[in-house]
Design a binder for this molecule. Structure first.
Ligand SMILES: C[S@@+](CC[C@H](N)C(=O)[O-])C[C@H]1O[C@@H](n2cnc3c(N)ncnc32)[C@H](O)[C@@H]1O
Length: 456
């Protein structure tokens, strides 16, 4: 044991996936690995006034909860945090995470926290993966996923257990193609170079695959060769698209899109409905668990045929389109133009006529006549991780629907918003967490708020 190594017992797991222990002084230390009950040998790498950050060098006493990870990248990859933890325990920690947010951020003590609905599929559950191209110091490049905790490091992916096997082969093939053709890789710091992302979307129910190459402005050099290579090697790829993103923000969406072959979209099934997914529009990433999530939400909402429903942050319209046959009318609101177009297309595709979509910021839409003139019986909220914009929350409170179904991918912002809704007189009887992403620290949840001032 080197002098600066210390023995620490792991007490708990933090929401960001770190392990928590205490130094001899009692000061909290966050560690990069370790499971509750384990004893580890670690060094302090950062000291802050209220806590330290440490790196584990060895696990001296192993927990019974530990299972062998299946992936060779586990530990260094930023994707999975808990592949070495028994799934039943992952679920338990996710429940604790929700409970902690509800108590400490929401201050809500009379909400019933239901058991987490686990995912039947533990691996290969993702229908979308984004791989980054990254310039390497030796002048070469890598194509894969980010290293754990490093936005500025990408490792060459060999195999990922969260998506299908074809996606692995596509990653390898595209990496070799870019190397052979000498296509310059985009440099995030310098804002130079060309190729930025490889995005693969593979539907679970229809077996369609979309390959999307995201680049800086310009034509892909030797794109005909790329097209032929994908066609020859991956007959299961149904469409290849090229998106150009010349903005500094390093996101895998494009301002200019070109369909190289196929229809430019893929179609996925949710229950008995079909959803068209385009490269730049949101679609839930775990198809099977999306049905679980929506079913849990609809069961809690318990809509009636007379209901007029507002579906905020509607993406490609899946929630509203599935709900519309069971209610009087649905209005969907979404910021991204491509998603709104896809939502309209999806409504036609599914012959749903009592739904309309509006493009724009939720906070702006809620001020319009469409939102304020005729009352809504229910509002559905499914925001990004940041939760509700304060102005949107204020306007929802002034519209004051009898029921609000809140679907959240972030228990912390949910708890913050729930606090405000409850303070204004809404009641939240129960929360149901759903695990959409096994082996990661993410957890979704649904809950319905009832206006206590409306007689039931
Ligand atoms: C978590 S997704 C939910 C999508 C959809 N409800 C579903 O289940 O597929 C959040 C959506 O909100 C959209 N969005 C983000 N900020 C927004 C805003 N301020 N106003 C309107 N839509 C927004 C995103 O583009 C994304 O499609």
């Amino acid at each position: 044991m080197t002098p600066d190594m210390i023995e620490i017992e792991i007490k708990d797991l933090a929401f960001n996936g770190k392990a928590i222990g205490n130094l001899e002084s009692g000061k909290v230390i966050f560690l990069d690995r370790g499971l509750p009950g384990e004893k580890v040998l670690a060094e302090v790498v950062q000291s802050r006034p209220r806590y330290d950050v440490g790196r584990v060098h060895d696990i001296i006493v192993k927990s019974d909860l530990r299972v062998p990870p299946v992936c060779s990248h586990f530990g260094s990859c930023g994707g999975c945090t808990w592949q070495d933890l028994a799934y039943s325990q992952q679920i338990e920690f996710k429940r604790k995470q929700v409970a902690g947010c509800i108590e400490h951020i929401g201050g809500l003590d009379d909400v019933k926290l239901l058991d987490v609905i686990g995912s039947a599929e533990r691996f290969h559950y993702r229908n979308k993966m984004e791989f980054s191209f990254h310039t390497a110091e030796d002048g070469g490049f890598t194509l894969g996923l980010h290293r754990r905790g490093r936005f500025d490091e990408v490792f060459d992916l060999e195999k990922c257990f969260l998506h299908g096997e074809t996606a692995d082969r596509i990653v390898h093939w595209v990496r070799d193609f870019v190397k052979q053709e000498g296509i310059p890789v985009y440099d995030v710091k310098e804002h130079t170079g060309f190729i930025r992302f490889l995005v693969i979307r593979a539907t679970r129910r229809t077996g369609e695959i979309m390959v999307n190459i995201v680049t800086n402005y310009g034509e892909i050099p030797s794109w005909q060769k790329l097209m032929q290579g994908i066609r020859d090697n991956f007959p299961e790829v149904t469409t290849l698209v090229h998106n150009q993103n010349g903005q500094k923000s390093n996101i895998a969406t494009g301002e200019i899109e070109r369909v190289i072959f196929g229809l430019g979209y893929i179609e996925e099934k949710l229950f008995n409905s079909t959803f068209r997914i385009r490269a730049n529009s949101f679609f839930q990433t775990n198809t099977t668990q999306t049905e679980t999530l929506y079913r849990a939400g609809f069961d809690m909402l318990n809509p009636t045929r007379q209901d007029r429903v507002l579906d905020l942050y509607c993406g490609t319209g899946s929630i509203g389109i599935l709900l519309a046959p069971h209610v009087r009318e649905v209005i969907g609101v979404e910021l991204v133009e491509d998603a709104v177009n896809a939502a309209r297309e999806n409504a036609i595709l599914n012959e749903v006529k009592n739904i309309n979509f509006y493009q724009g910021f939720v906070k702006d839409f809620l001020k319009t006549e469409i939102a304020t003139k005729e009352p809504f019986d229910a509002i559905i909220i499914d925001p990004p991780r940041a939760g509700l914009h304060p102005k949107a929350l204020k306007q929802i409170l002034s519209i004051r629907p009898p029921k609000i179904l809140y679907i959240s991918c972030n228990p912390a912002t949910f708890a913050r918003d729930a606090k405000k809704l409850v303070e204004s007189g809404y009641k939240l009887p129960a929360i149901k967490p759903i695990d959409m992403f096994p082996h990661t620290m993410h957890v979704e949840l649904v809950g319905v708020f009832y206006d206590e001032k409306v007689p039931s």
